[in-house]
Write a protein that binds this ligand. Structure first.
Ligand code: ATP
Length: 395
């Protein structure tokens, strides 16, 4: 059977309609037609957008690790980000999001944000554009402590920190609804709307319960609790909707214990004792904030992974950290968050064995301190990535 390799599809390859180019592709010839085994599934197609700042440093390391895992994937890189925006004022080509959804099985993104772009418009259009326009409504952020030495809390072991935050990703205050009236006068009024739709709230709460049923803890034991986090005592209208839907959906999952906490109490609990957390579901802004605290439990932003998921559609995976301008270009950035994100993406694409080997190699790197300085090692970004890639290729 003759099959045209996906990388040669004109929508994104070479100087295409959108003007974008695949910077490179591996594991498959780029433009040739080739004979393929009809029994063998085609390679999974991954679009990579490294973006800005440390995204440019950590994503290449994660790609080395993906390659060393042997997962049958086809990679196409895109240069969307600050440099491209400053060069030709393009943030995303007209067909960009449709192309990602149509031509790829997953998107792997780095970080967006650059001090040269004061408005941050490109970051907003690329990152929020992917989340909103591709309707990636579930932001899944696993919080796992790989080694006790990484946790700032006393006496906390890896088995004590193994929870997941499911953050609503398409609504809330991030929709940019609102406005400013009488700007620059003493009477100025600024309104930022918090958008909560029945559909949006219901689907994220459902996702959390289904996630809880389908994803065991790292030690293999089943998960059993979904905790909804809100501020319904103060934000009564939006909170009321979340409360009603949570009660309704939890009734459909009698095996799972449904719990509720206010977001302020969750912040305190997280730094006092994270053991009780299992699956947390919350809105867009609270999810953003509590996952930074949660990243602190894991060893910092450099260790945290995330996926932006719409079941059945092309989903996007990105480390939790941003572009980190103060450390960008210095070979200091920890690539583990990006590497663990790559593992999460591979597992999502069905490469569970490869993902497991990558997770194990990162754990080994942490134990042997073959890491960057932020988590106690002495290696640079590149060396740390190469060490993990080498371990993965041996197993
Ligand atoms: P954003 O607004 O995009 O979330 P931010 O400015 O809030 O970004 P980050 O860019 O994620 O936050 O980084 C904040 C700080 O955390 C950095 O300046 C850096 O000190 C540290 N940091 C973040 N990511 C890493 C990493 N991968 N390795 C080491 N340190 C990191």
């Amino acid at each position: 059977m003759i099959q045209r390799p996906a990388a040669s599809r004109p929508a994104f390859f070479g100087h295409s309609v959108s003007g974008d180019r695949a910077i490179y592709s591996f594991d498959r010839p780029c433009v040739k037609f080739s004979a393929v085994d009809p029994q063998k599934p085609p390679p999974k197609r991954i679009a990579v957008i490294a973006g800005d700042g440390i995204g440019q440093e950590v994503i290449p390391q994660a790609l080395k690790v993906i390659r060393s895992s042997g997962a049958d994937v086809e990679i196409s890189e895109f240069d969307w980000g600050a440099d491209r925006y400053l060069r030709d004022e393009m943030t995303v080509p007209p067909d960009g999001f449709a192309m990602l959804g149509r031509d790829f099985d997953a998107v792997f993104a780095g970080a967006f944000g650059d001090p040269r772009v004061k408005t941050n418009i490109h970051a907003k259009e690329i990152l929020l554009g992917m989340r909103f326009k591709m309707d990636l409504y579930a932001n899944v952020r696993p919080v796992r402590l790989l080694d006790a030495a990484l946790c700032p809390l006393k006496g906390v072991e890896p088995k004590d920190v193994d929870f997941v935050v499911i953050r609503e990703n398409t609504e809330g205050v991030y929709t940019d609804a609102g406005g400013v009236f009488k700007q620059g006068t003493p009477d100025e009024i600024a309104i930022q709307e918090d958008i909560n739709t029945r559909k949006g709230v219901e689907r994220i709460i459902r996702y959390a319960f289904e996630y809880c049923e389908e994803h065991p803890r790292l030690d293999g034991s089943p998960r059993g609790r979904v905790l909804m986090v809100d501020k319904s005592n103060a934000m009564t209208h939006a909170g009321g909707l979340w409360q009603r839907v949570f009660e309704e959906v939890s009734g459909e999952h009698p095996r799972i214990t449904a719990q509720h906490m206010y977001v302020d109490a969750v912040c305190m609990q997280m730094v006092r004792d994270p053991r009780p957390f299992d699956v947390i579901v919350t809105n867009n802004m609270f999810g953003d904030i509590i996952t930074d605290i949660a990243a602190g439990l894991q060893g910092g932003l450099g260790m945290a992974a995330s996926g932006n998921i719409h079941p059945g559609k092309t989903s996007m995976f990105e480390p939790v950290h941003g572009s980190a301008p103060p450390i960008a270009g210095k070979d200091l950035a920890n690539p583990c968050g990006a590497i663990l994100t790559a593992a999460m993406m591979l597992a999502h694409l069905g490469f569970t064995r490869e993902a497991g080997r990558i997770d194990a190699a990162v754990l080994e790197a942490v134990r042997q301190k073959k890491t960057t300085q932020d988590i106690g090692g002495t290696l640079g970004t590149r060396e740390a990535g190469e060490w993990v890639a080498e371990i993965v290729s041996r197993h």
